[in-house]
Ligand binder design. Structure first.
Ligand code: FAD
Length: 304
C-alpha cells in the first residue's frame, strides 16, 4: 500500500480541509492519547464515506471508522491507514412525529436535547454518553436501564464490499455493548429511532437527574473512555477491581480512578502503553483473586 497514493486519490474527491495528514489521535480520543493516523478523513456525505472506502480497498489500505473517540484507545505508534471520523461533519437529524432519523456523527447529547424539545421520551438515558449515534449503535450504548436497542428501528450501513444496506433492529444483533456492526465491519451511515410523546418538563427532569448521578459517581474531570471493562455476568467490574485492592493503582500516568474503579483515567501525560499495561494488570489481578475474566469495553487500534 502507498499511503501517498491513497492521499492523492482522496484529495481528488474530498475538500482539502477535510483530509488531514499525520493527524495526532490524542486530539480525537477522550483518553487524550494516541499517535498519528497516516490520514484522517472528515466526510460530509455518505458518498464521501463510500468513496473513501473504495479508494482504501483498491489500494489495500486499512481503514477504520470512528465517531467521537469516546470508546477508543489508539496505540502510541498511531494508525497506518485512513481513519474516517463522522463526528465532525455528519450531524443532521430529522424529527417527524415520533420518528427520528439522524446521521451517524450526531452526538447523543445533541440529539437528546433536540428530542426533548419535541417532548419525545425514551432517549433520556443517552444524554450523558459522550459518543455519536453511529458509535452508540455499534456498541449498543446504554445507561440507567436504557440502551439504543430500545428505540432503534433501522440502520443504513455500508458493508466491506461497499454495498449500502438497511438493517432493521432484529437483524442488528444488538446485545450488551455489542452488535453485528462491529462483528461484520459495517459502517453506519444513519439510523432511525422511534420515541414516544411525553412531557417535556418530565423529560428534562430525568436528564438532570442522570447528569447529577454521573457527576456524583464518575471522574468526568479526567480523560477516560468511560467504563474500561464490560460488566462480567453476575458481577460489577468496578466492585471487583476495588475488592482486588486496585483503587488508585497507577502505571505511569494511567490510574484506576479513585472515584470509580471501573474507570481508568489519564491523570497527566499517560501513554497508550501505560493504559494498556494497566488494563492487563487489572485483568490479571481480578482473574487471580476472583477467577473472573474482565473483557475491555474500549476498542484498541493502531501500532505499538
Ligand atoms: C465519560 C464517559 C462516559 C461514558 N458513559 C457511557 C455510558 O454510560 N454508556 C455507554 O454505553 N458508554 C459510555 N461511554 C463510552 C462511549 O461514549 C460509548 O461507547 C459511545 O457509544 C461511543 O461512541 P463514539 O462515537 O465515541 O465511538 P468511538 O469511540 O469513536 O468508536 C467506538 C466503536 O464504535 C465504532 N463506530 C463508531 N462510529 C461508527 C459508525 N458510524 N459505524 C460503524 N462503527 C462505528 C468504532 O469503529 C469503534 O469500534 C462513556 C465514555 C466516556 C468518556
Amino acid at each position: 500500500m502507498s499511503i501517498e497514493l491513497v492521499y492523492q486519490q482522496l484529495k481528488g474527491q474530498i475538500a482539502s480541509e477535510n483530509i488531514r495528514l499525520k493527524e495526532p489521535m490524542s486530539q480525537h480520543t477522550s483518553f487524550r492519547v494516541g499517535g498519528p493516523a497516516d490520514v484522517m478523513v472528515l466526510p460530509e456525505t455518505d458518498r464521501q464515506i463510500i468513496t473513501t472506502v473504495e479508494i482504501c480497498r483498491k489500494n489495500s489500505c486499512p481503514y477504520f471508522i470512528m465517531g467521537n473517540g469516546t470508546n477508543l484507545l489508539v496505540r502510541d505508534g498511531g494508525y497506518r491507514g485512513v481513519i474516517v471520523k463522522t463526528a465532525a461533519n455528519m450531524k443532521d437529524c430529522r424529527i417527524e412525529g415520533e420518528n427520528v432519523s439522524g446521521q451517524s456523527g450526531i452526538l447523543l447529547s445533541t440529539l437528546s436535547k433536540l428530542v426533548m424539545e419535541e417532548s419525545l421520551e425514551g432517549f433520556e438515558f443517552a444524554s450523558g454518553i459522550p459518543g455519536t449515534l453511529g458509535g452508540a449503535v455499534a456498541m449498543n450504548a446504554g445507561a440507567y436501564g436504557g440502551e439504543i436497542k430500545d428505540s432503534l428501528e433501522w440502520a443504513r450501513v455500508i458493508n466491506p464490499d461497499g454495498d449500502i444496506m438497511t438493517y432493521t433492529r432484529d437483524k442488528l444483533e444488538l446485545g450488551y455493548r455489542t452488535s453485528i456492526i462491529q462483528r461484520n465491519d459495517l459502517i453506519v451511515l444513519d439510523c432511525g429511532l422511534k420515541l414516544r410523546k411525553g412531557n417535556r418538563d418530565a423529560i428534562e427532569k430525568k436528564i438532570n437527574e442522570y447528569t447529577s448521578m454521573r457527576k456524583a459517581k464518575q471522574p468526568l474531570a479526567l480523560p477516560s473512555a468511560g467504563s474500561t471493562f464490560k460488566r462480567p455476568e453476575g458481577y460489577y467490574a468496578g466492585k471487583l477491581i476495588e475488592d482486588a485492592g486496585l483503587r488508585g493503582f497507577r502505571i505511569g500516568h494511567a490510574q484506576v480512578s479513585e472515584m470509580h474503579c471501573g474507570f481508568i483515567v489519564n491523570v497527566g501525560n499517560a501513554t497508550a502503553n501505560d493504559i494498556i499495561a494497566l488494563i492487563n494488570h487489572v485483568k490479571k489481578e481480578v482473574k487471580e483473586k476472583f477467577n473472573v475474566e474482565l473483557q475491555p469495553e474500549v476498542k484498541v487500534i493502531g501500532q505499538l
